[in-house]
Ligand binder design. Structure first.
Ligand SMILES: [Zn+2]
Length: 405
């Protein structure tokens, strides 16, 4: 339990407004798809125009949303679900309507990502746009209390003087989290017993705090504010020190008790690939930075680091480029496997070393095609630019989503 301080917040999650389930659905849709006209909202959510009108009046009165002009201007139109045909836009051409958008600057949030031996902290508005620089600092140790104290200092540095004052903080890390508060397993921090991390953080930060898995947070950020807006089901695949995978369906990460245990870590991608520490030949571990360093060392005949390999590839070194081509093909094979089994049409590729995938998207496409039926639809893949700022924003997105309700 957190210690009681005069400024200590209550543990319950704060909400922007209280209203019916429909009111929350409308606010969510305005956050994701706004600026959006009322007629589009009514078709999208299958609500009568009268109901949308009443609900949006309430949201306007509560200062959650605001009206803006020129919604038909393409530059201002929000992205809509891929399967949704918005007849109202074409049938009412020439009759401009006002559109609604979130009053994003009315609230601020803090996003915190623990990665490896560091932590990154950022403040955002209610549309998850940064309103502070992202600060990254080393963790003092793996002790939860020391980590919480360090995060408390960083939150004060980041958001101490912000106006409006942050309403809550989201924290994401690699591990298993229950009830947005208890971390039950976090291998990078060597935590393997249930720990009420949210309460420790609340005592140090003076803000309501919620804790989330980092991959699920990336999925939800993308679904609300990023490249996944409007896509009903998509997967995210990360490459870097390890291989990560998570799946989102109908706006929510698919829940599965074993998902923190590296489900995509040892899937066959190349029968001629290097052996992993478990003895598999060519499993998806060959996409990791350590494995790439080993394979590059064998190619050039001396010990090399991942950084040396990446720099050689970027400067056009032939052997390094050859390994990048293999990496991209293998990434394509794993992408096809995920698309085939999870039945997704879009996969986002992210992670510390995903920038290498940009060097040969043609090989990714070849790897995908090798394991897809010639008549099947194309698999879309997007390479998401990696930064620790993005991962801190992912954590803020979770706090925002809970706040909108
Ligand atoms: Zn393996």
């Amino acid at each position: 339990m957190h210690t009681t301080r005069p400024s200590s917040p209550r543990s319950e999650d704060p909400l922007w407004f209280t209203g019916s389930e429909q009111t929350h659905r409308v606010a969510q849709a305005i956050a994701q798809y706004g600026p959006i006209a009322r007629t589009t909202l009514s078709r999208l959510l299958d609500l009568s125009q009268g109901a949308v009108s009443r609900i949006t009046s309430d949201l306007l009165y509560a200062r959650v949303v605001e009206e803006m002009d020129r919604p038909d201007d393409a530059a201002h139109a929000g992205k809509l679900p891929e399967t949704f045909v918005d007849r109202s836009r074409s049938s009412q051409r020439g009759r401009p309507q006002t559109a609604l958008r979130l009053r994003a600057g009315q609230r601020s949030f803090v996003g915190i990502n623990i990665h490896g031996t560091d932590v990154s902290v950022i403040a955002t508005d209610a549309l998850c746009r940064p309103i502070s620089p992202c600060i990254t600092a080393a963790l003092p140790s793996t002790d939860p209390r020391e980590i919480a104290a360090r995060i408390g200092d960083l939150v004060r540095d980041t958001a101490g003087r912000l106006e409006p004052r942050p309403v809550s903080a989201g924290i994401c890390l690699g591990g298993h989290v229950q009830g947005h508060r208890n971390v039950t397993y976090a291998p990078f921090l060597h935590w393997d017993r249930p720990l009420d991390f949210a309460s420790l953080l609340e005592a140090e930060c003076g803000l309501p705090c919620s804790v989330f898995n980092d991959l699920d947070s990336l999925l939800q950020y993308e679904a609300w504010f990023g490249d996944g807006v409007g896509i009903a089901r998509f997967a995210v695949l990360t490459i870097g020190v390890g291989v990560g995978y998570s799946l989102l369906d109908q706006g929510r990460p698919v829940d599965y008790p074993d998902k923190s245990y590296g489900l995509a870590g040892h899937i066959l991608v190349d029968p001629e690939g290097p052996r992993c520490y478990m003895g598999h030949a060519g499993c998806s571990q060959c996409l990791t930075t350590d494995s790439l360093a080993g394979e590059y060392s064998s190619l050039i005949g001396r010990a090399s680091t991942f950084e040396e390999f990446a720099a050689a590839a970027q400067s056009g070194n032939a052997q390094a480029r050859q390994l990048v081509n293999k990496l991209c093909f293998r990434l394509g094979v794993l992408t096809a496997t995920i698309a085939n089994l999870a039945m997704v049409s879009t996969i986002l590729i992210c992670g510390e070393s995903s920038y290498l995938a940009r060097m040969n998207t043609e090989s990714i496409r070849s790897g995908i095609n090798w394991f897809r039926h010639s008549q099947s639809s194309a698999v879309n893949f997007d390479i998401v630019d990696f930064s620790w700022e993005l991962w801190a924003k992912n954590a803020a997105a979770r706090a925002i989503i809970r706040y909108i309700g």
